[in-house]
Design a protein around this ligand. Structure first.
Ligand SMILES: CC(C)(COP(=O)(O)OP(=O)(O)OC[C@H]1O[C@@H](n2cnc3c(N)ncnc32)[C@H](O)[C@@H]1OP(=O)(O)O)[C@@H](O)C(=O)NCCC(=O)NCCS
Length: 181
């Protein structure tokens, strides 16, 4: 699968150095729930036991460099026909619109191909960049849970966001109308 500047594909062990690059970085891992990778063996385990086993976990590859610059994963809630997601990007590639491009693509995949009813995510309140990406892609705030989890030595406040199928399709229709005007 691909968007304008990015390819989304399954992970393989060939990605190990690229994954270690972002998975072991303090700044990148500050706002994620998992612990940073302490060594390349941990990265190998994450790729084989987690990334490669999840059907909806994608390596984000920059077309121009053919480098794996991040990951995007959906978690499926089959009974309720909904998905939640998480993502991370190598900090050398931040603020180029890459994760917005990824999330926009993945929402199209979720609603148009997988035909789900709801897509949701959470982010730590201080993670303004992540909140901005979700906001730009149309995910509305459903609630803010103060000090809801104890993570990496402190209480964190989580912002819950989601977009429903009916609102996504309405947005797509409006976009088409503007484009054709
Ligand atoms: C969150 C993350 C995925 C964003 O990826 P990205 O490709 O840099 O995002 P984009 O470039 O598409 O958009 C980022 C937006 O946030 C804004 N932004 C960045 N840092 C910001 C900050 N400190 N405060 C406010 N806005 C900020 C950018 O200006 C941009 O908005 P704009 O397009 O209106 O200018 C990336 O920073 C990352 O991987 N962070 C570490 C892991 C992480 O936090 N994962 C998410 C856990 S919920």
């Amino acid at each position: 699968m691909q968007s304008e500047r990015l390819i989304f594909r399954k992970f393989s062990l060939d990605d190990i150095d690229d994954v270690f690059e972002f998975g072991s970085d303090d700044e990148t891992c500050k706002f994620v729930t998992w612990d940073k990778h302490k060594n390349i063996l941990e990265t190998e385990k994450v790729i084989t036991d987690y990334f490669m086993k999840n059907k909806y976990c994608f390596a984000i590859v920059e077309k121009i460099s053919n480098k794996c610059i991040g990951s995007f994963e959906f978690k499926a809630d089959i009974k309720n026909n909904s998905l939640s997601f998480g993502y991370v990007l190598n900090k050398k590639f931040w603020n180029k619109g890459y994760m917005t491009e990824t999330l926009n693509f993945m929402l199209g995949y979720a609603f148009n191909t997988l035909k789900v009813n709801r897509v949701s995510a959470t982010h730590i309140r201080e993670n303004l960049a992540s909140g901005k990406v979700m906001e730009k892609c149309g995910l509305e705030i459903e609630g803010i849970f103060e000090d809801v989890e104890f993570l990496k030595g402190r209480y964190i406040t989580l912002v819950y966001r989601a977009i429903l199928r009916k609102n996504y399709l309405k947005g797509e229709k409006e976009y088409e109308t503007i484009r054709n005007a």
